[in-house]
Design a protein around this ligand. Structure first.
Ligand SMILES: NC(=O)c1ccc[n+]([C@@H]2O[C@H](COP(=O)([O-])OP(=O)(O)OC[C@H]3O[C@@H](n4cnc5c(N)ncnc54)[C@H](OP(=O)(O)O)[C@@H]3O)[C@@H](O)[C@H]2O)c1
Length: 316
């Protein structure tokens, strides 16, 4: 099968087109013909060597699949050849989705939303699973609660705004001025231009000092300690960023705040739940651009530079 492979860690130009053996599915696995994939920060972080202790080379990166089941293992009854599926592959395994085919355990695979094309569906699994973990499983978001979603124009933020609105929450979000229309169009109630306004001051003023119930940190830096200042008593802060900067937790202590650190785990059932919301039109794909898989280096450069609105999809 054709893949875009890396044989060394480094800049986006380390990608090479190559031909490797098509994998065979084990008893509980599916072989999926990939129609589209997408790029996520974890892909360029892995490519440049951030996780080199966890990964051997050569490696095929890529963390989203939308495709068609080609072959099933002997113990798979849930899917059949020809089914259209979408899923997030296991991270950091070196056998990712920048490829023509992918083998996955049946537990992480879900049926593709019927109303989406493969290009649209490929924009969703990793961000969808992550946001589900953050807002639903860890955050236990309830209707009527308020939430601050940092970076509302990014891949995670644009999905999180939609899920939070579908759950009936009031959504504050941050982004650059040029992107303000995007989170607004996704239903965000208050969009804060983080270059001009201080989100902590805005939320303090607009909630009359009460703060929000939940914060989703997609930024890092000092976001945890600053966000604690605008959390309500017993609020929840969820961070998905690997932060090396020390944080002062004092503002969290007398408020009985809960801090969750989330690393997304693939599981098909989460994508089944999301499919219901997607097919009802409550969550839609947010696609910045579509490129052929062979132009993955270009896609990495673009995402790494910043300023992308939603997701960059790669088509096979
Ligand atoms: N732990 C996990 O399982 C997990 C899963 C997925 C992602 N992540 C991590 O989460 C982070 C975000 O992922 P993503 O897919 O959303 O990335 P992305 O699509 O590249 O989006 C990043 C966004 O950050 C915004 N931004 C940059 N600085 C900001 C600031 N100071 N305040 C507000 N917004 C700011 C940019 O918006 P503007 O252009 O509007 O400035 C951009 O839209 C990455 O670090 C990724 O590695 C972790």
């Amino acid at each position: 099968m054709k893949v875009m492979i890396i044989k060394a860690f480094g800049g986006a130009d380390v990608f090479e087109a190559a031909e490797i053996a098509t994998p065979e599915p084990g008893a509980n696995e599916l072989l999926v013909r990939i129609k589209a994939t997408s790029v996520n920060p974890v892909d360029y972080q892995t490519r440049r060597g951030d996780y080199q202790d966890l990964m051997t080379l050569p490696a095929v990166l890529g963390s989203d699949v939308s495709g068609v089941v080609e072959k099933i293992g002997s113990a798979v009854a849930e899917f059949a050849a020809g089914d259209e599926v979408y899923y997030m592959p296991e991270l950091l395994q070196g056998s990712g989705s920048y490829a023509q085919y992918h083998v996955a355990d049946k537990s992480i695979v879900a049926r593709k939303p019927a109303n989406l094309s493969h290009v649209e569906a490929a924009s969703m699994p990793l961000v969808g699973v992550t946001v589900w973990d953050c807002l639903m499983i860890r955050g236990q978001l309830q209707a009527g609660e308020s939430v601050l979603i940092h970076a509302g124009a990014g891949g995670i933020g644009s999905f999180a705004i939609q899920l939070a609105k579908a759950m009936g929450a009031y959504v504050f979000t941050t982004c650059s001025a040029r992107n303000i229309d995007l989170p607004k169009s996704l239903g965000a109630d208050r969009v804060i231009d983080y270059h001009k306004e201080d989100y902590a001051q805005v939320i303090h003023q607009e909630t009359a000092g009460a703060g929000v119930d939940l914060v989703l940190d997609t930024i890092g830096g000092d976001t945890i300690e600053r966000s604690f200042t605008i959390l309500r008593p017993s609020g929840r802060l969820i961070s998905i960023v690997d932060i090396s900067q020390p944080q002062n937790l004092l503002a969290a202590w007398d408020k009985n705040v809960t801090l969750h650190l989330v690393f997304a785990t693939p599981y098909g059932a989460k994508l089944d739940r999301l499919r219901e919301l997607i097919e009802r039109g409550q969550i839609r794909p947010v696609i910045d651009s579509v490129l052929p898989l062979t132009e993955v280096a270009e896609a990495h450069k673009k995402l790494e530079q910043g300023g992308v609105r939603g997701k960059i999809v790669l088509e096979n």
